[in-house]
Write a new protein. Structure first.
Length: 400
């Protein structure tokens, strides 16, 4: 067999996957899974100095135990560097997951989600890297990036530096389902926190003296609904989504609620519309705070804190990374299909850092759901795709 058309070892690919699925690693607790990846690469021949861990965890804070794992392979020939990425963390629904094989799928044994998002992606990259070393395949300089905290708003990818990655010319992020999908764009997202301040009073003796934070929030939410700023949003000038995911507050029933905390998000593929959407939502809360008064005409107020999580991005369909991915896919017999994602992806941050990055499937389906599963054949296809993208070395597209 021609070395360039070398394929991965099925048994090793599946063993990698099952091992990785068994390791706990919710966002912020990725050290064990990063350790497994680093040890496996070392065993396959990666030099110690190729492997580093950045200080993203220090920048993120929140008790994160490890930074992004970065593994830089020198090229066997001069060419532009390629980046391969996958996130290490899983969502809380995967806590305690036990993976089992059921026919052509890998599923979780109990009520948990599986964690194939994104251990399937991590396993693909590990398998491809092992194959490169074990079969001594020619390849350009390669960077393998295993990010932390993706599920918490792309935390790790936001803090990685292009310099630490060796300034790759293009990137391939494995984090998805169908083999053949090339995700060339993703939504942008704002997360916001709203503190609603009312006025406390005895709820039985003089409720009219109070200003209820609950009523302010209620008014604000109904304004959002009335102005079509709720859920799926289709306006003349743009489309997006919004959601309030967390509401906290209150201590006693005999006290007019004077403080309420809400946390929500807005998303859009259009950066301008995203800003408009978020500021209109803020306006609903400001107006609601002014509209609720006590018997003396006093009203409450709100504090709105905006965190822009990630900006929307869209690659040109003719971009070299898209053309190269499609040509390698075709050579493997896949049918490439361009897609846009309504979820956040590490590729958003990587592209914003000057590394045009596509996101590719790794056979994982129904993420963040107890029915999550990995289709074995698609996963193995994705491992072979990762290997082919790395071993083909972007020939004809990447200049030395
Ligand atoms: Zn994911």
């Amino acid at each position: 067999m021609n070395k360039r058309s070398s394929t991965i070892r099925k048994e090793l690919a599946l063993a990698n996957l099952m091992d990785l699925l068994k390791i706990g690693g919710l966002s912020g607790h990725e050290a064990a899974v990063a350790g497994y990846v680093a040890r496996s690469l070392r065993k396959a021949g990666a030099k110690k100095h190729w492997i580093t861990c950045d200080n993203a965890h220090k920048k993120i804070g929140c008790g994160f135990e490890a930074g992004n794992l970065i593994v830089k392979f020198p090229g066997t020939h001069r060419a532009a560097r390629l980046l391969f990425s996958a996130h290490l963390d899983t969502v809380p629904l995967c806590r305690g997951a036990v993976p089992i094989r059921r026919g052509h799928r890998i599923v979780a044994k109990g009520e948990t989600a599986l964690g194939g998002d994104n251990r399937a992606g991590v396993a693909c990259l590990l398998t491809a890297a092992q194959a490169l070393m074990q079969d001594d395949l020619p390849h350009p300089p390669l960077t393998f990036l295993f990010t932390v905290g993706e599920e918490l708003g792309l935390a790790g990818a936001r803090h990685v530096s292009a310099r630490a990655l060796g300034y790759p010319a293009m990137g391939f992020n494995f984090d998805g389902g169908n083999s053949g999908d090339i995700i060339v764009g993703a939504v942008g997202a704002d997360r916001w926190e709203i503190e609603v301040f009312g006025l406390s009073a005895h709820a039985g003796v003089c409720p009219e003296r109070g200003v209820s934070a609950a009523l302010i929030a209620g008014e604000a939410l109904s304004l959002m609904k009335k102005r079509s700023l709720w859920g799926k949003i289709k306006h003349q000038h743009g489309r997006g989504t919004s959601n309030i995911g967390i509401i906290r507050g209150g201590e006693a029933t005999n006290q007019v609620l004077d403080r309420l905390y809400l946390k929500g998000e807005s998303r859009s593929h259009d950066l301008k519309f995203l800003s408009t959407l978020t500021s209109r939502i803020e306006q609903c809360f400001v107006e609601a705070a002014h509209s609720v008064t006590n018997d003396q005409g006093k009203h409450g107020y709100i504090q709105f804190t905006l965190h822009r999580n990630y900006e929307p991005y869209r690659l040109d369909p003719t971009a070299p990374v898209v053309a190269y991915t499609a040509s390698v896919m075709r050579a493997l017999g896949f049918k490439p299909k361009m897609q846009i994602s309504d979820g956040g992806l590490d590729s958003s941050c990587l592209t914003a850092k000057g590394i045009p990055t596509v996101t590719l499937g790794s056979g994982n389906h129904m993420p963040h759901h107890p029915g999550e599963y990995i289709a074995v054949k698609e996963y193995l296809d994705a491992c072979n795709l990762a290997l082919a993208l790395a071993a083909s070395g972007g020939k004809g597209l990447c200049r030395a």
